[in-house]
Design a protein around this ligand. Structure first.
Ligand code: UDP
Length: 469
């Protein structure tokens, strides 16, 4: 724990406004407060309303942690209506003035900002306050991206489906061009100034733990020359049921109904299905997924999220699907936000069908549960390789097409592929070895955040460095 005798280091946390980036940053700020820092979370009114209860509980337990609301101007509709599913390109630049004024009046020792506030680096750097970047990824995916950008192996293949090797990585990792972000395929930089802002920062803070990807943490630090503190898994900071059940958003299902349904199932028998906070699947894809799940005969709990609202006029489920799976107790459908941590940690859950968003992936590792990987966009195809080929705790459904959250997909993963993957993961045999490895990693993750663990030490090291800077 960082020295108790000196005044607390004051750190501002400036999370992005959407789910997959906002949630871990809130945990990060609580984690630093638990190490003696004075954490201030800069947030917008909608998000403050979501997190204030858990922050209040932290305050009652003696942590120095506060929410500071930055008020967007009344005409910035996007930031007044945003929720957990805010897309990565949401423009937050109307917060520039309130942020600037606050920094000048309060002068924190450091600010940790989300990379999606693309305008913020210049504003902060002009104040001279040390700036650390959080971008929500792991080291493995950052190494993959670095190799792709510097060696361009995808330009040397004839077609989008021809596999190519990522040269120089510690493991043999292959991808196809169709699995890469469109911007990378076309040699266009991601909009804004995120890359430059990382280069000029004090360093990066990463939600992972050393024992999960040691070769890639070392590679990232050595080859890219970046200063990085590996401080996760941050989700482990949520220890009580309230924090877990309310994390991110109020659940669309009552906690007790969800747990009662899981209690009625056998250990390791339920597949949890979720594609994150943002993802919208077409009605055709949902239909195929529903058919495959039902045909597998395995139990499942499916967080369909907002999908059905978007596609409300189209047929998403086969006739009678919901009634059949409910009355046979094969499945539970959650239309809206699911209490993901509670579900993953339940002993009945034996598998997770996931889009490989980094938070979901790491939360699954922490629960010691093997995965069916179904990457869709962002860096999810890299994460799939980590899960299936490096850690060997999952199998792929066979998703081949990278598409942004708002793009129409050309390829549908058919019901046969879904059924086969579910039967394999939720059957006996090969999964036992995966489950054993997943449980070992979960134990390593817990050790990393305990006193003396690698992540625990990195949090203290960062606090010391800020203090001495
Ligand atoms: N999440 C949740 N309930 C839901 C959907 C998502 O609690 O119904 C949480 C999940 O636990 C994770 C985050 O939202 O912490 C999603 O982040 P991830 O990186 O997995 O995916 P993204 O939403 O960024 O695509």
């Amino acid at each position: 724990m960082a020295s108790q005798s000196r005044p607390p280091v004051q750190i501002f946390f400036f999370p992005f406004v959407g789910g997959g980036h906002l949630i871990p940053m809130i945990d990060l700020s609580r984690l630093f407060a638990s190490h003696g820092a004075a954490s201030v979370i800069l947030t917008i009114p909608n998000d403050a309303a979501v997190f204030h209860k858990s922050i209040q509980r932290d305050q009652e337990s003696g942590l120095r942690i506060h929410l500071h609301t930055l008020n967007p101007p009344p005409d910035s509709a996007a930031l007044h209506t945003t929720d957990m599913s805010a897309p990565p390109l949401t423009d937050t630049s109307c917060l520039q003035e309130p942020l600037h004024d606050l920094l000048l009046s309060r002068r924190p020792d450091c600010i940790i900002i989300d990379t999606f506030h693309r305008w913020a680096a210049e504003v902060i750097d002009a104040t001279g306050i040390p700036r650390i970047v959080f971008n929500g990824n792991c080291c493995f995916s950052r190494c993959c991206h670095h190799i792709l950008e510097t060696h361009l192996p995808h330009n040397k293949v004839e077609s989008d489906s021809e596999p190519f090797l990522l040269p120089g990585l510690p493991d043999k990792i292959e991808l196809c061009r169709s699995q890469l972000p469109i911007s990378l395929r076309n040699g266009i930089e991601f909009p804004g100034k995120s890359k430059k802002s990382e280069q000029n920062s004090f360093g990066m803070v990463i939600n992972s733990f050393y024992a999960l990807e040691p070769a890639y943490v070392d590679y990232y630090r050595n080859v890219t020359g970046k200063k990085a503190w590996i401080v996760g898994p941050v989700s482990l900071y949520n220890r009580n049921q309230e924090d877990k059940a309310e994390r991110g958003q109020k659940s669309a299902i009552d906690k007790h109904s969800c747990l009662n349904w899981l209690d009625s199932q056998k250990p390791n028998s339920v597949l949890y299905v979720s594609f994150g906070s943002l993802v919208r699947m077409s009605s055709v894809q949902i239909y195929e997924l529903a058919c495959g799940l039902e045909a597998s005969g395995k139990s499942f709990i499916w967080a369909v999220g907002k999908i059905l609202e978007i596609e409300e006029n189209k047929k998403c489920f086969p006739d009678g699907f919901e009634e059949r799976i409910w009355s046979s107790k094969q499945g539970l459908i959650i239309k809206g936000w699911a209490p993901q941590l509670l579900i993953l940690e339940h002993e009945s859950v034996g598998g997770f069908m996931t889009h490989c968003g980094w938070n979901s992936t790491l939360e699954c590792v922490c629960a010691g549960v093997p995965m069916i990987t179904w990457p869709l966009s962002a860096e999810q195809f890299y994460n799939e390789k980590l899960v299936t080929e490096v850690l060997k705790i999952g199998l792929s459904v066979g998703s081949e097409e990278w598409a942004s959250w708002n793009m129409e997909r050309k390829v549908v993963v058919g019901r046969e592929k879904v059924e086969a993957a579910v039967r394999r993961l939720m059957g006996d045999g090969e999964v036992e070895e995966m489950r054993r490895r997943a449980k070992d990693l979960a134990a390593e993750g817990r050790r990393a955040v305990e006193v003396g663990g690698s992540s625990f030490s990195d949090v203290d090291a960062l606090i010391d460095e800020i203090f001495n800077s």
